[in-house]
Write a protein that binds this ligand. Structure first.
Ligand SMILES: Cc1cc2nc3c(=O)[nH]c(=O)nc-3n(C[C@H](O)[C@H](O)[C@H](O)COP(=O)(O)OP(=O)(O)OC[C@H]3O[C@@H](n4cnc5c(N)ncnc54)[C@H](O)[C@@H]3O)c2cc1C
Length: 327
């Protein structure tokens, strides 16, 4: 979002030894430490951070074939989309729908990154990390990551405890099997592609995302600004009676997930520019808040409140922020 105050100290770490060194340096000075990847899902507070920011630059990429399965091990500091690009080029299927998501590989388990019906939890085998509570490097199996929709132990109960150094993913050497997700299926059907290759799925996802989302290099944004709200079935039935075209998905626990972007759009806030805060919403996707000329995180948070208030007033639904507000 290109907002927020400065950090007192910042260092890039390229291997686990440098990570341990950074932590020891901060411990001697009693400084708090935050690890980040690309910074694409963070809102920094205006006050800044009086500690040490460690930027993860730990590299590594290796594929191991075991029958029809392909085990992909990557360093946390690898650019995520280049990991997807390389694995797709190698013919491995599993993460092609997660194409063009900005940031690093190591951040993907933090909010259980997902798109077009695929989440990192679907393919993750294990996470390698430094456990700051016990002071050692550990391997965490995917089953111990407490994954949910945009959630994990890393942004939940154990927020800030683990500094992720690498991941292992299980991919397959198979052709992707549709159906995937309505927007993606529609795109492929319109082009007469019934059995797409892994590369064709990646290309389709990239084309759809480019048409819908702003490029963060050019327009300051964090992607989806709110999680899709999950509401009780009774409330969903009430809203559906009033808004029959409201997109909704039944969840395994009986609750119903709504599309936050649709709610914001119908609250009249798609493609708006707010003169008071300098913030706006993206014309092709109301869920993306963009910094047009805001001067501070306080401006952004005021605009966030306006969006939340408008949706609550119209639909009685609370929107929860997706990017992390740090520190
Ligand atoms: C245009 C755009 C589109 C997006 N689309 C999607 C999407 O489709 N689906 C989706 O899920 N997200 C999406 N995002 C959000 C974002 O890309 C992801 O959350 C991504 O994983 C963030 O990676 P990062 O390296 O930039 O993480 P950061 O922003 O640097 O960090 C995010 C959080 O993870 C923590 N963290 C980062 N790296 C580590 C590490 N190695 N160890 C421990 N903690 C760490 C940070 O402390 C912070 O709390 C989008 C963002 C943008 C700007």
């Amino acid at each position: 979002m290109r907002l927020g105050g400065p950090a007192a100290y910042l260092a890039h770490v390229h291997n686990p030894e440098e990570l341990a060194e950074g932590l020891a340096w901060a411990a001697v000075r009693s400084l708090p430490v935050i690890m980040i990847g690309g910074g694409s899902n963070i809102i920094w507070r205006d006050e800044g951070f009086s500690g040490l920011v460690l930027v993860n630059r730990i590299k590594g990429y290796s594929l191991e074939e075991r029958g029809s399965e392909v085990y992909l091990t990557v360093g946390a500091g690898e650019d995520w989309d280049s990991v997807v690009e390389r694995s797709v080029a190698a013919g491995a299927c599993g993460i092609e729908r997660l194409s063009l998501i900005p940031g690093t590989a190591g951040a993907t388990p933090v909010q259980n990154v997902g798109a077009y019906g695929r989440e990192i939890a679907d393919v993750l085998v294990s996470v390698d990390a430094y456990d700051r509570l016990v002071g050692q490097f550990v391997r965490i199996p995917a089953g111990d990551c407490a994954f949910g929709y945009r959630r994990s132990r890393f942004n939940g109960a154990d927020r800030g405890r683990f500094f992720i150094t690498g991941l292992t993913l299980r991919l397959v050497r198979e052709q992707p099997r549709p159906p995937f997700y309505p927007a993606l299926d529609r795109y492929l059907a319109e082009r007469g592609i019934a059995r797409p290759t892994v590369q064709q799925v990646r290309d389709a996802v990239i084309a759809i995302r480019r048409a819908k989302l702003p490029d963060p290099e050019r327009v300051a944004n964090c992607g989806s600004f709110f999680r899709n709200p999950v509401i009780p079935a009774g409330q969903a039935a009430y809203l559906l009676a009033r808004y029959p075209d409201m997109p909704h998905w039944a969840m395994p626990d009986g609750r119903v997930k709504l599309a936050a972007g649709w709610l914001i759009d119908r609250a009249g806030l798609r493609g708006v520019s707010d003169p008071e805060t300098g913030m706006g919403t993206w014309p092709a996707q109301a869920l993306v808040l963009v910094n047009e000329r805001a001067r501070s995180t306080a401006d952004l948070l005021r605009f966030r409140q306006k969006v939340q208030d408008a949706v609550r007033e119209r639909f009685g639904v609370d929107l929860e922020q997706e990017p992390e507000l740090l520190p």
